[in-house]
Structure formats: structure tokens, C-alpha cells
Design a protein around this ligand. Structure first.
Ligand code: GSH
Length: 199
């Protein structure tokens, strides 16, 4: 979403994680997606292979609506929230999603662990329209896809839960033009002369 929003001309190469192309591993041996490969006109290459760094790069190029605030305290708050989501919350989300692979505890237990974050976000959204202020920021865009995944494990549970502000916020982002645009399905890239533009 950050890349689409920044309107940088981009080519997309959809990959299948079970069949990673060797050219992908050549640029980023750690083998995770997303990877952004920047090539300058003199063919200098820069690789960015962490999603947060890719988002920050995109906003550095173009941030017309101010997703990344100039205020350092606000920047720090956004980073802290994303960091908690990426580490602690993501661990609980994965266990809740794939509870059969983690039989030490029940799915309900993993869900309860994840709820700490849902509750924190809901409290924030009871005070401001978006997670960090009345202004939409990178925090909202980076975090809502994970809340979407959590909600989708058991939609009925999520819809009946007490997190009313969070439900409305999620709903708003799921219906947004930018989310719908980037969720377009792409066929896996083949190792041929093939250019698919993004989004
Ligand atoms: N911290 C990394 C995590 C990236 C990550 O783990 N991506 C998953 C897909 S969502 C992946 O590529 N897994 C590698 C695999 O399944 O082989 C980031 O945010 O870029």
C-alpha cells in the first residue's frame, strides 16, 4: 500500500514461496517477501528486504497525505506500535491461525494472548479516529492487515467481540480504494522477459 500510495513506477514479480526463483535469492538470500530491488540508470543496485524499510523508503519518495509525521515523538510512537505488532502480536496471531501446529495450548488461549493488542488498539481508537492521532498514519496502514488476519480466523467471534472501535476501523480500511487496488491477484512471475506493472 505504501508503494502504491507513493506512486513510484514499479514492476512486480509475484513469487511462490515454495518455489523461490534463484534470482530472488541472489538479491536477498534470507528468502522472505517483500523485497524491493532498486536499480539506478548506471545499474547500481540497492536491495531493501524488510517491509517496514520498504514502506519508509516509499514515504521518503512521496508522502502527499503525511502518513509519516515530521514530529519525532510521533514517529517513535508509530515505530513502537509497529514493532509490537511485528513481534509479540504476530507470534500470537500465527499460533492462533495455525493452532493445530502448536498443540501445547488451545486456539482460544492464543486468541486471548493476541487480545491484549486488540484491546490496546481499541482504546486508542476510542479517543482518536486513527491509531496515533486524528490523522491517518503509517501505523494504521502497517497494522490493519494483521488485524484483518486475526479477525478472519473466526469472523463470528471478532464481530461479536467488544472491540467496536477496532471493528469499524478495520471495516473502513478493508473497503478503501488502496487496499482493494493492491489486493489484485498476480500470476507468479516466470523467468522470462516479462514486465508486470504495480499496482
Ligand atoms: N520481517 C519481515 C518478515 C517477512 C516474512 O517473513 N515474510 C514471509 C511471508 S509473509 C516469508 O517470506 N516467509 C518465507 C517463507 O515462507 O519461505 C518483513 O516484514 O519483511
Amino acid at each position: 500500500m505504501a508503494l502504491a500510495y507513493s506512486k513510484q513506477p514499479l514492476e512486480i514479480r509475484e513469487i511462490t514461496l515454495k518455489k523461490k526463483p534463484s534470482s530472488m535469492l541472489h538479491y536477498s538470500p534470507k528468502g522472505t517477501v517483500p523485497i524491493l530491488i532498486l536499480m539506478s540508470s548506471n545499474r547500481d543496485v540497492r536491495v531493501i528486504d524488510e517491509s517496514l524499510d520498504i514502506m519508509l523508503w516509499a514515504l521518503e519518495q512521496n508522502d502527499p497525505d503525511g502518513w509519516w509525521p515530521e514530529n519525532l515523538t510521533q514517529q517513535d510512537e508509530i515505530k513502537q506500535l509497529i514493532k509490537f505488532c511485528d513481534n509479540t502480536f504476530k507470534t500470537h496471531l500465527d499460533r492462533y491461525k495455525y493452532a493445530d501446529r502448536y498443540p501445547e495450548q488451545s486456539a482460544a488461549h492464543y486468541r486471548q494472548m493476541g487480545e491484549e493488542f486488540l484491546s490496546r488498539l481499541d482504546q486508542r481508537l476510542s479517543k482518536t479516529t486513527y491509531l496515533c492521532s486524528h490523522h491517518l498514519s503509517l501505523a494504521d496502514m502497517a497494522i490493519f492487515p494483521f488485524i484483518r488476519q486475526f479477525a478472519h480466523v473466526d469472523k463470528t467471534w471478532f464481530e461479536k467481540s467488544a472491540y467496536k472501535y477496532l471493528q469499524a476501523w478495520l471495516d473502513q480500511h478493508l473497503k478503501s480504494e488502496i487496499f482493494i487496488a493492491v489486493m489484485k491477484k498476480y500470476a507468479p512471475w516466470q523467468d522470462v522477459d516479462q514486465t508486470i506493472l504495480f499496482p
